[in-house]
Ligand binder design. Structure first.
Ligand SMILES: [Zn+2]
Length: 273
């Protein structure tokens, strides 16, 4: 009886110990995996952020020409215009051609601003119509998301050339399509998405460094974002920033000045790849 009890206790203790061990091991795996994901996906390192791709597909661009001391700034637009005017002002003052990935909804809502981007000689590419998670859509829906943005962009730019100044018309003459580049909303894509987009005429463009300006609501400050950009500076970097937050407009002039002082050129996507 005692022996049995003792055996049972031992057995219970054994089971409970092994459950605890498994829990600790699982927790360890989760912590390590989360750390790796954060490191790979968000580039959270102090020296040289690791590029976006936890997964890299053929035909996908994640950095520019690394043999040249130059970097590419890209600005995504899907919602607000918070930093819009300031971005264009800073690009003009620094004689830099910027690169914009815009949703069709953004283009519809901010047609005049889009015309200003075009008349400034900047580049606009496809960020889909409705900023959805592309891997959750069917093949046809993915193509429709890209096509719809492209049609709206072309229509708005074309109407510009009839009604706006000659300089705008000149600029639009060379930029009537959002092809041949697109950026998947949230950077969320898989091999199927990449293939479908490629067949529809688009190369995926991602980023080398996520400036995390979009996290301003979670406490990320202008100083954090500036530090992140400047400390990661390396030839060929593609920076991800956004039109719809306040930090970008606030820091862009200083960031550009610092980068230029370090001997780097700021170039557009097509100039820099
Ligand atoms: Zn976006």
């Amino acid at each position: 009886m005692t022996h049995n009890d003792s055996a049972r206790c031992k057995s219970k203790a054994g089971i409970s110990f092994s459950k605890k061990s498994i829990s600790i091991i699982l927790l360890g795996i989760i912590i390590v995996a989360t750390g790796i994901f954060d490191l790979v996906y968000h580039g959270v390192v102090t020296t040289r952020p690791i590029a976006v791709p936890a997964f890299i597909f053929a035909r996908e661009i994640t950095h520019g020409d690394t043999s040249k001391k130059q970097v590419i700034f890209t600005f995504d637009g899907g919602s607000g215009l918070q930093s819009g005017k300031k971005i264009l002002e800073v690009l003009a003052n620094h004689h830099v051609k910027g690169t914009f990935f815009l949703t069709g909804k953004f283009v519809e809502k901010n047609a005049d601003f889009v015309r200003e981007i075009v008349s400034g000689g900047h580049e606009i590419f496809n960020h889909t119509y409705d900023h959805l998670h592309l891997p959750t859509l069917t093949d046809g829906e993915i193509v429709a998301e890209l096509d719809k943005m492209d049609r709206i962009f072309t229509r708005i730019v074309s109407s510009t050339s009839r009604s706006m100044s000659a300089s705008v018309a000149d600029a639009t003459a060379v930029s009537v399509s959002s092809k041949p580049f697109f950026r998947a909303p949230y950077g969320d894509r898989d091999e199927r998405v990449a293939d479908i987009a490629f067949k529809a005429g688009y190369h995926g463009v991602y980023w080398t460094v996520d400036a995390r300006d979009w996290e301003e609501s979670t406490g990320i400050t202008a100083a954090n974002v500036t530090h992140r950009i400047v400390s990661s500076l390396a030839p060929g970097d593609i920076y991800l920033m956004h039109i719809g937050d306040n930090i970008t407009g606030e820091i862009l002039d200083d960031v550009f000045t610092t980068i230029e002082k370090r001997g780097y050129k700021l170039v557009s996507l097509t100039q820099g790849i």
